[in-house]
Design a protein around this ligand. Structure first.
Ligand SMILES: NC(=O)c1ccc[n+]([C@@H]2O[C@H](COP(=O)([O-])OP(=O)(O)OC[C@H]3O[C@@H](n4cnc5c(N)ncnc54)[C@H](OP(=O)(O)O)[C@@H]3O)[C@@H](O)[C@H]2O)c1
Length: 285
């Protein structure tokens, strides 16, 4: 089966490449840079906002669409609306032109019409667009991914080395981290079977952690059994983040603060039909 994998060189994408190759798929990876490319994959260099998609889709049976950003860069035009909504629109319109029917689309847990964060609202717009088009899709909405050096967990690990760790807000919002390898295996299995098309699945791991609990869990694995946390009032954090949005490299954005302070959990277990025993968060972050 010939798969076009967008964003296949990223954190999740590298694991998806491995899983799709393991399934015997003929893989074309679209990204701007080669880093993270497996030797078995064909590389299609290009910016998904501008690259000519038609020649690619003319030789594709199904698309796995992972391109997404967690931080906007207005200077380069990489905004949530462009990278989640407009790019998906462009890709799906090209799929329809070439009669490519099957799309696995990576959304995120928390995506809903009334979402506070622009990240989630742009993911919602993309999902709605897909529903209105003549394609069969499976939309996946995972919680935080972990395993093999997840950037969010690397940040937590680094902060756990500080004498006192600042947490935005009360740190009580719940998360349900899910293993990157499980999501990659899920995608590789879904794309090759005829079941499940037309569905949207939320994906959470086997255990829920508060933000405080995540920090404590990571610290414990580093041998630090008492981790002093200082809870910085959210109002203060939001003011700083609003100010910092105009500065390069400010550590946290308004959108990220919003997402860190809302629950990110699900009771949906449909994905257990394919991955019956999801991996727990242990020591591999
Ligand atoms: N990581 C998580 O915890 C998590 C949780 C829920 C949902 N998700 C979703 O899962 C997807 C993958 O996330 P990730 O963490 O793997 O992201 P990532 O590591 O940042 O990877 C992003 C991928 O997109 C490519 N890309 C970025 N801009 C591009 C452009 N203009 N043109 C072409 N390719 C471009 C990147 O390659 P180049 O830079 O070389 O172009 C890279 O391959 C995203 O949609 C994200 O929203 C992630």
């Amino acid at each position: 089966m010939r798969i076009l994998l967008t964003g296949g060189t990223g954190y999740l994408g590298q694991a998806v490449q491995r899983a799709l190759i393991f399934q015997g798929c003929d893989l074309t990876v679209l990204a701007r840079y080669r880093r993270g490319l497996m030797p078995e994959s064909h590389f299609e260099p290009g910016d998904i906002r501008h690259v000519e998609l038609d020649p690619l889709l003319a030789r594709t049976d199904a698309v796995v669409h992972l391109v997404g950003i967690i931080e906007e860069n207005p200077q380069t035009g990489q905004t949530f609306d462009v990278m989640h909504y407009e790019v998906t629109q462009r890709l799906v319109e090209a799929m329809v032109r070439h009669g490519v029917k099957r799309l696995i689309h990576m959304s995120a847990l928390g995506t809903r019409a009334s979402a506070q964060s622009r990240y989630h609202r742009s993911k919602w717009k993309a999902e709605q667009f897909i529903h209105g088009m003549d394609v069969e899709s499976i939309i996946l909405r995972p919680s935080l991914l972990f395993g093999g050096g997840a950037p969010f967990f690397v940040m937590i690990k680094n902060q756990c080395r500080l004498p006192v760790v600042p947490i935005p807000g009360d740190g009580k919002a719940l998360f349900q981290p899910v293993a990157r390898k499980d999501v990659a295996e899920l995608i590789a299995k879904l794309v090759t079977v005829d079941q499940y098309w037309g569905q949207t699945w939320e994906i959470g791991g086997p255990k829920r952690f508060s933000l405080n609990g995540l920090y404590r869990h990571v610290a414990t694995t580093m041998g630090r059994h008492y981790l002093p946390l200082i809870h910085v009032p959210l109002g203060l954090m939001f003011s700083a983040a609003r100010f910092g949005e105009n500065l390069p490299k400010f550590p946290v954005s308004v959108d990220q603060l919003t997402m860190l302070n809302e629950p990110n959990v699900t009771d949906d277990t449909q994905w257990h039909q394919v991955i019956p025993e999801p991996s727990p968060l242990a020591r591999d972050f």
